[in-house]
Design a protein around this ligand. Structure first.
Ligand code: AMP
Ligand code: MG
Length: 357
């Protein structure tokens, strides 16, 4: 269960009109009040996590229902635990036969495979046998033996996920399986954003288990604010990120883990070792226009560790990032710093900005 703390602050705003307020200001305030009346909120549970929505639109309630339906439609296609999902069928047919898939499943498999290759395999859609061995898939956690992991690692080569044609995929080895848990919520956030925008929504923010997407701005024109969770304290945050028409996605070992013999084991696997990534990072937050890319990158850069992640950012760009390290540092890329207010002084974090070269 996600512990991500997302706060969309200040929506109500405080209007301080002076005695000599001009008509235009009054009109503006009336317009803003009207928009506030159109504020619709809801929280639901889907994709194994908590999802919350704020939509500013007179049809907000119906639009949130549309969004939820879209999320459940995707969950029914992409879930690894629902027996009849397309992903479950693809996994069950591994090494046996190709499987015909719907457009969304194909898009996500291809995006996951290609983006994953771009991260040098740090993000790996074929990681499922290892995730399962640690018990994260069925929530029956235990530490697997080294032998068990070594036997499974050859089954996690993403290049063995092949596309026969535009609507057919095949897992080439028996025992292989794909796990889209590291990308599905980001993809769903893109789909929900385009659904809402397509219906004329100009102001909304929603969080699909911590995969946040902000559409437009708050009714007053200020940017939406997303709290950067303190990975060491679920009731605290390390600062606020301002967003407008973009995604903010965090991956962190603190979000899903279990303890055995006093040691913590989290859910983000280093595909090289088969062990939970020990990269010196507590969390990685990606800010970028595409929720799908942000989701892939947050997982991948967590696996890479700070040094390789910054190198990746310098080389490819196209996103901004905030890292929180085990050493207590909050490190922001230049563009992330521009939309982030650090508030870590009360919790012993220090702050550093990395410029692009
Ligand atoms: P996220 O919360 O987006 O970082 O995704 C973590 C989830 O993605 C895990 O619960 C697994 O289902 C899956 N996963 C774990 N390690 C990896 C990896 N290295 N590459 C791709 N998916 C992974
Ligand atoms: Mg992810």
């Amino acid at each position: 269960m996600d512990l991500k703390k997302i706060i969309a602050l200040g929506l109500a705003g405080i209007f301080l009109l002076t005695g000599c307020a001009e008509r235009r200001e009054v009109a503006q305030q009336m317009l803003e009040n009207k928009k506030m009346e159109n504020r619709h909120e809801a929280t639901t549970f889907a994709m194994d996590t908590v999802m919350s929505f704020i939509v500013i639109d007179e049809d907000g309630d119906e639009l949130i229902i549309d969004a939820e339906q879209e999320i459940r439609r995707l969950e029914n296609l992409l879930s690894i635990t629902l027996e009849n999902s397309e992903i479950s069928k693809l996994n069950a047919a591994a090494g046996k036969e190709p499987v015909e898939l719907s457009n969304d499943t194909m898009i996500l498999l291809e995006a996951g495979k290609n983006l994953g290759a771009g991260t040098g395999g740090a993000f790996n859609i074929a990681i499922s046998p290892i995730v399962k061995a640690w018990g994260f898939t069925e929530e029956e956690h235990h530490v697997p033996t080294r032998e068990e992991l070594d036997a499974l690692l050859p089954l996690t080569d993403a290049s063995d996920v092949v596309f026969i044609d535009a609507s057919t995929a095949y897992l080439q080895k028996e025992g292989m399986a794909v796990d889209l848990g590291g990308i599905t919520k980001g993809y769903a956030s893109d789909k929900v954003a385009s659904l809402l925008k397509g219906k004329g929504v100009e102001s909304a923010i929603f969080s699909l288990g911590g995969n946040v997407y902000g559409i437009g701005t708050k009714p007053g024109g200020e940017k939406w604010e997303v709290a950067l969770a303190n990975p060491l304290d679920a009731n605290d945050y390390c600062g606020l990120i301002s967003v407008e028409d973009c995604a903010v996605v965090t991956s962190g070992g603190y979000q899903r883990f279990f303890e055995e013999n006093g040691k913590k084991y989290h859910h983000i696997i280093d595909p090289v070792t088969g062990y939970p990534a020990e990269s010196g990072l507590l969390s990685v937050t990606i800010i970028c226009e595409s929720g799908t890319e942000a989701d892939v990158l947050s997982t991948a850069l967590f696996v890479m560790g700070l040094e390789d992640a910054l190198e990746y950012w310098q080389k490819y760009g196209g996103f901004e990032a905030i890292f929180i390290t085990e050493a207590g540092e909050v490190v922001a890329t230049e563009g992330a710093d521009a939309c982030f207010v650090f508030e870590g002084s009360g919790n012993d974090f220090t702050y550093r900005v990395v410029e692009s070269e």
